[in-house]
Design a binder for this molecule. Structure first.
Ligand code: ADP
Length: 235
């Protein structure tokens, strides 16, 4: 049984969030997204020449994404280097961005996306994707929509939104973690993973609660981009 959340949030409540764009002067686009004690920075370079050349596509751009956790992002110091987990997360972020960015408008080019997690308390792939999508928009890339991502799941008997690490590690009754990425205005899912076991009915409820959370994240993303572009037009 999990009747009250460790941090006293409601079951459908997100952790406090912060979002900003245009924070890295040397990148073409950048963003920071923080949700509770999980924080991600994203930098976008390009569209630029494809290197190595043989990866070039004549009819569209390619996205190269790399996710990394800073050594001080977790209590035990994350091991430096690109491990299997980093590789998997880089790939799922790339796949999601491929659905959001209109690649056909930038043939023979490459978009380099770098994501760094400065604090990790679960949900880093979702925070990274949320930041990366904002950074792509900040770089002025043509996009079908932003991606708003959040993990939801089932802790004990309760469907929960935006799990913490403490919740993911909940043992009595088990914990199931479902990272979900949405193109909110298109009502499309571009990321869906599942760690644990869950019934079809519960999965539907998890996706539904995730969608409600993503809608709030989307509003924050849009507000951050609006702030950035209205500041630019004033200066
Ligand atoms: P996500 O961060 O997207 O939830 P995982 O489920 O793989 O992805 O990781 C869950 C959480 O486990 C991370 O957010 C982080 O809090 C913790 N974690 C991941 N890797 C490490 C690590 N190398 N050392 C300590 N904690 C880690």
């Amino acid at each position: 049984m999990y009747e009250e959340r460790f941090d006293k949030r409601k079951f459908d409540e997100l952790r406090p969030m912060e979002a900003e764009t245009g924070i890295i002067p040397n990148a073409n686009g950048s963003a920071r997204f923080k949700i509770g004690n999980t924080e991600a920075y994203a930098a976008v370079y390009g569209p630029q020449e494809v290197k190595p050349k043989h990866l070039e596509k004549v009819d569209r751009a390619i996205i190269m994404c790399r996710y990394d956790m800073m050594p001080f992002s977790v209590p035990d110091r994350a091991k430096p280097g690109f491990d299997r987990r980093d590789m998997e997360i880089s790939e799922v972020i790339t796949n999601s961005l491929n659905r959001a960015v209109i690649l056909e408008e930038m043939p023979r080019s490459m978009i380099d996306v770098r994501v760094y997690v400065s604090q990790a308390d679960a949900g880093t792939r979702c925070a990274s994707l949320t930041a990366a999508a904002m950074a792509c928009a900040d770089a002025g890339l043509p996009m079908r929509d932003l991606v708003a991502a959040v993990a939801a799941g089932k802790i004990g008997d309760s469907i929960c939104l935006d799990l913490t690490k403490e919740e993911e590690d909940f043992h009595e009754g088990g914990a199931t973690d479902v990272p979900i990425g949405f193109l909110p205005s298109k009502n499309e899912i571009v990321l869906l993973q599942l760690d644990g076991k869950v019934s079809r009915e519960d999965l539907k409820k998890i996706i539904e609660i995730g969608k409600i959370g993503a809608a709030k994240i989307y509003e924050l993303q849009k507000a951050a981009l609006k702030r950035r572009f209205s500041n630019e037009s004033q200066s």
